[in-house]
Ligand binder design. Structure first.
Ligand SMILES: [Zn+2]
Length: 250
C-alpha cells in the first residue's frame, strides 16, 4: 500500500438508485447523515449533483456548499449520455451547469453511470467544465480512452480523474474491503450515493445496489475514512486536481 495517499471522497447527488427506483429518500434522509459523518471525520468531499436534485432540494445544495465541499455537475436528469443526441446532451450539460452555478462555482463533471461518449467531450469544455471524472479504472473504456488520448493529445484542455472503484465496494465485509482499498494507487477516488445510507435492503433491486444499505453503510464508510486518515491520507476535492482551476484561483 502506498504511504500518505491523496484521497478524493466523491458523492453522486441524484435520485435513488437510477434507473431502478427514482425516489428521493437518499437526498431527504441519507444526505443529512452523510454530511454529519463528513463533518465528524473532517473530510471535504466533492458532490456531483444533478440539476434536478438542485432544483428540488436547494437546501441540500446550500448545506453542502456551506460545509466547504465542492459542488460539481452530474448532468440534469440522470439519463445516460450514450442514449442522447448531441443537442440533448448539450442541453443536459448546459442547463445543469447553469442551475448549479447559482450556488457555487462549478468546474468538475461526472456523467451518470460513468458512461460518456468521447465525441461529446467538447460539450463539457464549452460549458466551462475542465475536469472529467466519468471514467472508472475498473472499466475497459477508461484504458481505451487513455491510449487514444495519448496519441491525439486530447487531454490538453481536460483533466481526467477516473473513479478508483465502484461504490458498493465500500459496503463489502471489512477484510475484503481493506484488501481492495489498500491496493489503490494515489490519487484514490472513492464514491458513494446518498441513497446508500437509506435502508433499501427490502426493495426489489439488484443485490449490489441494496446489500448493507442504511446504517451498516454509514458505519462502513466511517471505517474507510478512519483507515485512510490513519494512513496519513490527504483529503482533496476534485478541483484541487485540476491545474486550470488551481492556477487561476486567488
Ligand atoms: Zn449517478
Amino acid at each position: 500500500m502506498s504511504a500518505s495517499p491523496a484521497v478524493a471522497f466523491t458523492v453522486d447527488l441524484e435520485p435513488d438508485c437510477p434507473p431502478f427506483l427514482w425516489g428521493w429518500r437518499g437526498v431527504e434522509e441519507g444526505m443529512p447523515r452523510l454530511l454529519s459523518l463528513l463533518r465528524e471525520e473532517r473530510v471535504r468531499a466533492t458532490f456531483f449533483t444533478t440539476g434536478d436534485s438542485a432544483r428540488r432540494y436547494p437546501g441540500a445544495v446550500r448545506a453542502l456548499v456551506a460545509d466547504g465541499h465542492e459542488l460539481a455537475c452530474h448532468g440534469m436528469s440522470h439519463r445516460a449520455f450514450p442514449d442522447l443526441s448531441r443537442d440533448e446532451a448539450r442541453a443536459e450539460i448546459d442547463e445543469s451547469a447553469e442551475i448549479l452555478r447559482a450556488f457555487a462555482p462549478v468546474t468538475s463533471f461526472r456523467a451518470p453511470y460513468l458512461r460518456f461518449p468521447e465525441q461529446y467531450v467538447d460539450l463539457i469544455l464549452d460549458a466551462g467544465l475542465t475536469l472529467d471524472s466519468s471514467h472508472a479504472k475498473y472499466k475497459l473504456a477508461y484504458w481505451r480512452t487513455r491510449r487514444a488520448d495519448a496519441s491525439r493529445q486530447q487531454t490538453r484542455a481536460l483533466t481526467r480523474v477516473p473513479a478508483s472503484m465502484t461504490s458498493s465496494v465500500l459496503r463489502l465485509p471489512r477484510f475484503v474491503r481493506h484488501l481492495i482499498l489498500d491496493a489503490l494507487s494515489s490519487p484514490v477516488v472513492l464514491f458513494v450515493h446518498p441513497w446508500e445510507f437509506v435502508d433499501l435492503t427490502h426493495e426489489h433491486l439488484r443485490y449490489d445496489c441494496r446489500f448493507r444499505t442504511g446504517e451498516p453503510a454509514l458505519a462502513c464508510v466511517r471505517e474507510v475514512l478512519q483507515r485512510f486518515a490513519g494512513r496519513g491520507a490527504r483529503w482533496i476535492t476534485m478541483r484541487e486536481l485540476d491545474p486550470r482551476v488551481t492556477h487561476t484561483a486567488a
